[in-house]
Design a protein around this ligand. Structure first.
Ligand SMILES: C[S@@+](CC[C@H](N)C(=O)[O-])C[C@H]1O[C@@H](n2cnc3c(N)ncnc32)[C@H](O)[C@@H]1O
Length: 255
C-alpha cells in the first residue's frame, strides 16, 4: 500500500487517461484472453440458460463481453462510476444492445442503487477491487453476497502484493523477462506513468486477507482458481439452501 491522497477518481474520470486506456485495450485483451475465458468457464450455467450477472467496475465491459458471448441468453448489469469508461463501453458493446445496461455505482461507498438487482446468478469484477481501501474490499464482498441468489458465484480477477521480498523479486524477474520494456518504465516513468502506477498500487494488498474477507462474508467454495505471479482469479459461491439439490455442487446456480 502507498501513502498519499487517493487519486483513483481523478484517473478514471479523466478524458485523457480513459483515452489512453482505450487506445491500448486490444493488446491488453489479447494478453488477458485466457483469464477472461476462465472466468466464464467457472460459471455454473448451461449454454442456453438465461441469467443476469453484474460486472463491478466494469470499465468498457471487456470481462462481461466474454460472459455474454459464452452464454447467449445472459444479461449484464455493468456497474461503473466513470462516465467516460461507460460511454466507451456503450460504444464497444453496441453489438449486444438489449443485453446490457450501465448503472452508476461508486464502489468506494456502500449504497448500491436499486438498478442493481438482487438475486443475480453471478457477480464478476476485474482489475478494480485493488483500487479500494481494505475496509471497502471487506464490505464489498458482503454486499456482493447479499446481491447473489443462493448458489450464485462471485469471481474476481485482480493483482495482489506479497510481503515476502524473495517472492516479490521473483515476480519482478519473470515479469521483466516477459515484458522487456517494463524495467525501463519502472525506472524512468513519464509523469503520467507515475500517476497511474501510484494509483494502481495504492490499496493493493496480499491475497490471504482477501480470501479472509470472502470467508467473513459467508462464501463457500473459496479458491484461487488461477494465479500467475501477482495476478489471481479468486472467488466462491453463496451457499445454497439446505434442501437444494445443488448442495452436492453438480448442478447449476439460479439467476
Ligand atoms: C483497470 S479498469 C478495469 C475495467 C474492467 N473491469 C476490465 O477488466 O477491463 C478499472 C475500472 O474500475 C473502475 N473503478 C475504479 N474505482 C471505482 C469505484 N470506486 N467505483 C466504480 N468503479 C470504479 C474504473 O472507472 C475503471 O473502469
Amino acid at each position: 500500500m502507498l501513502d498519499g491522497p487517493d487519486t483513483n477518481e481523478g484517473v478514471w474520470k479523466s478524458d485523457h487517461m480513459v483515452a489512453q486506456w482505450v487506445a491500448t485495450a486490444t493488446e491488453r485483451e489479447r494478453r488477458r484472453a485466457e483469464q477472461r475465458r476462465l472466468m466464464a468457464d467457472l460459471l455454473p450455467f448451461a449454454y442456453d440458460e438465461a441469467f443476469t450477472f453484474v460486472d463491478l467496475g466494469a470499465g468498457t465491459g471487456s470481462a462481461a463481453q466474454v460472459v455474454l458471448d459464452r452464454f447467449p441468453r445472459s444479461e449484464a448489469v455493468l456497474a461503473e462510476y466513470s462516465p467516460q469508461m461507460a460511454a466507451e463501453g456503450r460504444r464497444m458493446l453496441s453489438g449486444y444492445a438489449g443485453r446490457f445496461e450501465y448503472v452508476e455505482l461508486d464502489l468506494s461507498r456502500g449504497d448500491w442503487p436499486p438498478e442493481v438487482p438482487t438475486g443475480v446468478g453471478a457477480v464478476i469484477s476485474s482489475l478494480c477491487v485493488h483500487h479500494l481501501p481494505d475496509r471497502r474490499k471487506r464490505e464489498l464482498f458482503a454486499e456482493v453476497w447479499q446481491h447473489l441468489a443462493p448458489g450464485g458465484w462471485y469471481l474476481n480477477y485482480d493483482p495482489v502484493t506479497t510481503d515476502d521480498p524473495v517472492v516479490a523479486t521473483a515476480w519482478l524477474r519473470a515479469g521483466d523477462r516477459q515484458d522487456p520494456e517494463a524495467a525501463a518504465r519502472r525506472e524512468h516513468p513519464t509523469p503520467e506513468e507515475k500517476i497511474r502506477h501510484e494509483n494502481h498500487v495504492r490499496y493493493m494488498i496480499a491475497l490471504a486477507p482477501q480470501l479472509d474477507f470472502l470467508r467473513l462474508a459467508g462464501f463457500e467454495g473459496i479458491d484461487v482458481y488461477w494465479k500467475q505471479l501477482d495476478f489471481v482469479i479468486y472467488g466462491g459461491r453463496r451457499p445454497v439452501e439446505p434442501d437444494d439439490p445443488r448442495r452436492s455442487g453438480h448442478r447449476r446456480a439460479g439467476g
